[in-house]
Design a protein around this ligand. Structure first.
Ligand code: ZN
Length: 340
């Protein structure tokens, strides 16, 4: 509660200062992550739930779900052009110390707060049960029916904000470009998580209760966090950097022929989230939901066969984030456009 009050006082600040305020309490991410997993707000949690969450904070447990966002942004950093890297650094909050990957979970850290609650529907898009396809005009709306309030709508929106500032003709538009960058980097990762484009009936796997080895959880959380956490712990010596490096090696070797097709968008568009979402729901049907009915305990078979899918989606998210930022922050393109 104290943390909440402290943050509220900071809310009036803008831009970079607002980012700094959000990084004052690392433990807070656990609460947010759990609420996100449950898709409910703090006030909707039963009091016992709040007490348990605060107890976790006291014990300093944190960092759930951070690895995926860290990996996507770290991979992207490696493929940024000089122009893009320079612009990203000018936009990053001071707390990032020049590292995009260190702040890519920020939208998960804030969506719990009242002033940011409107962003909570921007992390995913639900699709009709068992259709295994996605359509923007059919699927992109929030629980109140507001159109464009979903992960693909958010990616279009924040790309447009950055485009109008860096490639457009009206640099005077009053957008917070630091926030736009961090939202874009985060949602680009989210849209690549297959169950962020899952079925509406099970809330993207959130209501499918499963076992993960010896613990109880839900299928959405398995894909958000547990596959990655288990891989980092058991295959990469508890070092997320080792996992990122392994993915980077795959991008250079096994997936080297795929990279340019991952980067490109139809009609030379700056970004193509509808494509990423369509891929995700196909992966959800083919890999996430398969053999994971309610009550199943998922173990080695599931973990080892799905980990390559997770790693490939992290790679695609990173490569595509870099490609979008390179297009947005390419000053040659702007010079070419304005000199026509
Ligand atoms: Zn998210």
């Amino acid at each position: 509660m104290l943390r909440r009050k402290k943050f509220k006082g900071e809310e009036v600040r803008k831009g970079k200062e607002r980012m700094v305020a959000c990084f004052t309490g690392k433990g807070i991410s656990l609460v947010i992550k759990l609420q996100y997993t449950l898709r409910m707000g703090w006030h909707e949690l039963p009091w016992i739930g709040r007490v348990l969450l605060l107890m976790h904070l006291v014990h300093g447990v944190f960092s759930w779900g951070k690895y995926g966002h860290y990996a996507v942004c770290k991979i992207a950093e490696g493929y940024l052009s000089e122009d893009a890297m320079a612009t990203v650094k000018t936009l990053l909050p001071d707390s990032a110390k020049g590292e995009l990957a260190s702040v890519c979970s920020w939208p998960d850290d804030i969506k719990w707060y009242y002033n940011w609650h409107w962003t909570s529907s921007l992390h995913y898009v639900d699709t009709p049960n068992f259709k295994c396809n996605y359509k923007y005009y059919r699927d992109c709306y929030d629980s109140s029916g507001h159109r464009n309030n979903c992960v693909t709508g958010a990616i279009f929106n924040y790309t447009n904000q950055l485009f109008s500032a860096y490639q457009g003709y009206n640099p005077m538009l009053n957008y917070n470009l630091t926030e736009a960058l961090l939202f874009l980097a985060h949602y680009m990762a989210d849209v690549h998580q297959p169950l962020h484009v899952g079925f509406i009936g099970d809330l993207g796997g959130t209501s499918i209760k499963v076992g993960w080895y010896r613990r109880k959880t839900n299928l959405h959380h398995v894909w958000d966090t547990l596959i990655i956490d288990t891989a980092v712990k058991t295959l990469y010596g508890s070092d997320v950097s080792a996992m990122v490096q392994a993915i980077q090696r795959n991008i250079r070797d096994a997936w080297s022929n795929d990279r340019s097709s991952w980067e490109s968008c139809i009609y030379n568009n700056t970004v193509c989230p509808n494509l990423y979402a369509s891929e995700s729901v196909r992966f959800a049907c083919k890999f996430a939901y398969r053999n994971a009915t309610p009550g199943t305990t998922l173990q080695d078979d599931y973990f080892l066969s799905r980990l390559p899918v997770v790693e490939k989606r992290l790679a695609q998210g990173g490569i595509r984030l870099a490609a979008v930022l390179n297009r947005l922050f390419s000053f040659q393109v702007k010079i070419r456009r304005t000199s026509r």
